[in-house]
Every structure is written in C-alpha cells, then in structure tokens.
Design a protein around this ligand. Structure first.
Ligand SMILES: [Zn+2]
Length: 175
C-alpha cells in the first residue's frame, strides 16, 4: 500500500505496472476493489474522526452520526493521511492553458457535486507546473469522471492507464 507513488506518476508506458485501457474498460464497473476499502468488515455504525462521514449499511455517507457510533477513519481520509492517491489526472496543452480558470472551475464544481453524494470521492491536491496540472484524487472513479467531463465539454485527447496491481488510475487529458 505504501509503494512508491513517484513511480506511478512517471510517464513511461509500462515499467511501473500501468497499461493503457479504454474508456469503457470493465474496471469502471467494478466496486469494492479498492485496497483502502477492502480491509474487512467495519463494525457499524462508525464515524470518521477526520471528516465526520458515517459508515452505515455498508457504505460511507454524509449523515448524522448515531450516538453509539465508534470513531474510525474513512478510506478517503486514510489516503489523504498516507499521501497515497488512487487517481492521477494530468491536464495539459495550449487549450488547457488558455482556458485554465474555466476548466479548473468546472472540475471543482464536479468534485463538489460528487463529494456531496459520495464522501470517498475527493480531490486530494492540484499541482501546477509549466502549464500542466496534476490532480490527485482519493478514488479512481472521480479521476475518470473529471476526464470524461472535460472531454465531453471540450473534446481533446483523453487517455487512461490502469495499474491493476495497486488499483491506481492515471488519466491524461491533452487539448
Ligand atoms: Zn474521513
């Protein structure tokens, strides 16, 4: 779980365990394959001591914590604590640079919406360097969703690379 993140952020095609997949790959339909979520059954109810999300009926939700809830840490806060993202999204290109603010706003709005429904879908960090943005997420589906959203709104080139060993997704959008 704590393997080198740097290796997964490189741009090589395969030495780091990533392979290119299509936008319609079966992995996007799977659930509960996240190492941070599959740590055995949590006793319910539980409340995350970091963000207040409540584990109820088998999933993390935003709701009032019952009085008998025991303190735990949700998978999203766990990843944030470990600095171990599940999704890596790279945004680059002339179009991106020219419309950066609008694109970032669209991305943030999407995250806000997703996160309101799903406590485990969060943007961890946005790093910008030489006109390229690297966005890290707590969930592979959020990284994919942002990529799909930008591609749908502006076209450009969208690529996915997946690392099945560590269940990491790299999304690159170039425009
Ligand atoms: Zn939490």
């Amino acid at each position: 779980m704590h393997k080198s993140i740097n290796a997964s952020m490189g741009h090589a095609a395969s030495p780091d365990g990533f392979r290119q997949i299509t936008r319609h790959d079966g992995i996007f339909k799977e659930h509960m394959h996240d190492a941070y979520k599959a740590k055995g059954k949590l006793p319910e109810p539980a409340v995350c001591s970091q963000c207040g999300a409540v584990f109820h009926e088998g999933r993390w939700q935003w709701r009032q914590a019952p009085a008998n809830a025991h303190g735990d840490i949700c998978p999203a806060c766990h990843r944030i604590h470990d600095h171990f993202p599940a999704g890596f999204l790279t945004l680059k290109g002339d179009f991106f640079r020219a419309h950066r603010e609008e694109i970032m706003r669209l991305m943030r709005n999407h995250e806000k919406h997703e996160r309101a429904e799903h406590p485990l879908k969060r943007i961890m960090a946005v790093e910008e360097k030489n006109g390229t943005a690297l966005v890290t997420t707590t969930d592979i589906h959020l990284a994919r969703g942002i990529g799909e959203l930008l591609h749908h709104a502006y076209q450009g080139v969208l690529k996915f690379h997946y690392n099945p060993e560590q269940i990491l997704l790299r999304v690159s959008w170039t425009h």
